[in-house]
Ligand binder design. Sequence first.
Ligand SMILES: Cc1cc2nc3c(=O)[nH]c(=O)nc-3n(C[C@H](O)[C@H](O)[C@H](O)COP(=O)(O)O)c2cc1C
Length: 151
Amino acid sequence: MPLKESELSLIHLIYVSTATEELDDVELDRIMDSSVRRNTAARITGMLLYAGGNFMQVLEGPEADVDATMLRIAADPRHHGLVVIDRCAIDQRSFGAWHMGYRRVCRLDMQSHPSLAPYLSNGIDADGIAARPGLAIEMLQDFAYGQRLLG
Ligand SMILES: Cc1cc2nc3c(=O)[nH]c(=O)nc-3n(C[C@H](O)[C@H](O)[C@H](O)COP(=O)(O)O)c2cc1C
């Protein structure tokens, strides 16, 4: 019998990477199609941001599924320079509604999210984000839910 969600140890993993070349919407759609298909089968949920040639993604789900998915993503030639900024146990999912949500961050987002702009205006500042615990997940949630959580 398959294990229930409550019987599995959930983790989230957040990384930042650099697109190998500027990706157009067709290529991003391709990434999203295979992500949603595979993540649905692997009980993975999460969110992908694309800003100035960088990706930031959170994967959440059962530990073994997150790690197996991450290994596959890390080997994908469409990006490189992958830096894991958080990997830890979680009590519950923050992105349960999305087998993978996606937002391309644009210049207007900088105006509507002034507190995030320093971390996003020149690509995604992995070091700056990693230095503030909780910031990555707040940013990803902010874009997923379309609300401003930060002042
Ligand atoms: C930035 C980025 C994010 C990705 N996210 C996921 C993901 O969440 N889940 C996934 O299965 N594949 C993801 N992929 C795609 C995988 O690297 C890989 O191409 C895909 O899983 C292969 O599946 P397929 O051969 O069944 O199409 C991502 C790729 C990139 C470049």
